[in-house]
Design a protein. Structure first.
Ligand SMILES: NC(=O)c1ccc[n+]([C@@H]2O[C@H](COP(=O)([O-])OP(=O)(O)OC[C@H]3O[C@@H](n4cnc5c(N)ncnc54)[C@H](O)[C@@H]3O)[C@@H](O)[C@H]2O)c1
Ligand SMILES: [Fe+2]
Length: 372
């Protein structure tokens, strides 16, 4: 018995960004985007159209922080009530910021109650979001949650509400051609992590698993080629499609243990999200042997091989992409690692994991993680 749900309309294709003008006809909207010059062409196009935005917000930082979003909410408060859509053009940080603006509509108190006062997020009838992802990684355009970081308190929050799915996701692989190599790697590996985490997940169902397998295969087949040929639109399209499958998979299952392991490594050591959640994938994969037959057979479909051989193939792919694969390379000491692992298994995402800590720790040893 299972349910599957994802309400986002997906508009996919090269140069599809141009369809945005007709979608916005007669609507009042604001644009949220990154500050770098390369994004200006998109907001300029709309500023010069017959229906320009009411406001353009460009002060979005990577890994959006509570204090920065407070400032944006304040800026937004004067027009929040008259806006029909928030158009987010950017990576996960922009789309997640748009979700916070859509949910709290300019009310700083609601954000503070959620982040600092331990209250459930108060979300009623949020403003609808149109998402134009510029990275292929987070799939925030297909999920109903947003990651908000409280860097001062070293905490990470998930603003989650069933009404926060974007209305439409306009996915144009041509927009991703500018992505530099490192960003292409880290975001692509985030999509791989979402795909695989949706499979070793207590919330998996046949539909999410089909998407998880498809997303994993597309990343494994295309990402190593893409990083050597960044302007290849066909490879960009394939990785963008992988990210759609990843989103359709983990929007229904959430993530699992690899993500719970990643959070302290990102907060305390500054490791990029996609790297922090993918270095442990071979270890987690190896730990699944003999744990759950259904998950095991789904995982075997990704590499068409045994679990152990699949983990070795994944290691060599990650190695080629320069992902740190042992404690030394991650520059974490053993005590900190032990603490991270025990906390991760107790964490919300860790509890989604079908496997267990004993098998995980055995797999850490077999994977030579403590040897450099
Ligand atoms: N909501 C979710 O479901 C979800 C899932 C996973 C991660 N996240 C969160 O998303 C955030 C990370 O998002 P991200 O990985 O997409 O990166 P990002 O949005 O933080 O962007 C990283 C950098 O890449 C640049 N950039 C973005 N697109 C570009 C392009 N096409 N060309 C050149 N540069 C470009 C940006 O200017 C920025 O400096 C984190 O806060 C993470 O926790 C959210
Ligand atoms: Fe992620």
């Amino acid at each position: 018995m299972w349910n599957y749900y994802n309400p986002v309309e997906i508009i996919f294709g090269e140069k599809k960004f141009s369809s945005i003008e007709s979608i916005l006809e007669n609507k009042k909207y604001i644009i949220v985007t990154h500050p770098e010059d390369i994004f200006k062409q998109y907001s300029d196009q709309l500023s010069n159209s017959p229906n320009p935005p009411l406001m353009i917000m460009t002060d979005v930082q990577p890994n959006p922080d509570y204090l920065d979003i407070l400032t944006l909410l304040n800026k937004f408060s004067s027009i929040a009530q008259e806006v029909d859509h928030i158009l987010a053009i950017g990576g996960g940080s922009v789309i997640d910021t748009a979700k916070a603006l859509a949910a709290f509509k300019g009310d700083q108190t609601l954000l503070t109650d959620f982040i600092r006062n331990n209250q459930k997020p108060h979300v009623v009838d949020p403003i609808s979001i149109l998402a134009v992802p510029t990275t292929s990684g987070t799939s925030s355009e297909l999920t109903c949650w947003a990651t908000i970081w409280d860097k001062e308190k070293k905490k990470k929050f998930s603003l989650a509400h069933h009404s926060l799915y974007p209305l439409k996701a306009i996915i144009d692989p041509a927009i991703m051609l500018n992505k530099p190599r490192e960003l292409t790697i880290s975001t692509g590996l985030d999509a791989l992590s979402h795909s695989m985490e949706s499979i070793w997940n207590i919330n998996a169902n046949p539909i999410s698993a089909t998407h998880g397998i498809a997303g994993s295969k597309l990343i494994i087949e295309n990402l190593p080629l893409l990083v050597e040929d960044l302007q290849n639109i066909k490879l960009r399209s394939n990785v963008a499609r992988a990210c759609i499958h990843a989103g359709l998979a983990f929007s229904n299952t959430k993530t699992a243990i690899a993500h719970n392991i990643s959070y302290p490594i990102t907060i305390n050591h500054g490791v990029q999200h996609g790297i922090a959640c993918s270095f442990s994938l071979p270890i987690v994969l190896r730990s699944m042997e003999g744990v759950n037959q259904e998950a095991e057979s789904r995982l075997q479909k990704i590499f068409n091989d045994t679990i152990n051989n699949s983990a070795s193939k994944l290691e060599s792919m990650l190695r080629k992409l320069n992902v740190p694969l042992n404690l030394n390379e991650l520059q974490i000491n053993k005590n900190e690692w032990d603490q991270i692992i025990s906390d991760a298994f107790m964490g919300e995402r860790g509890k989604n994991f079908l496997g267990n800590i004993d098998n995980f720790n055995k797999s850490v040893k077999v994977s030579n993680f403590f040897n450099s």
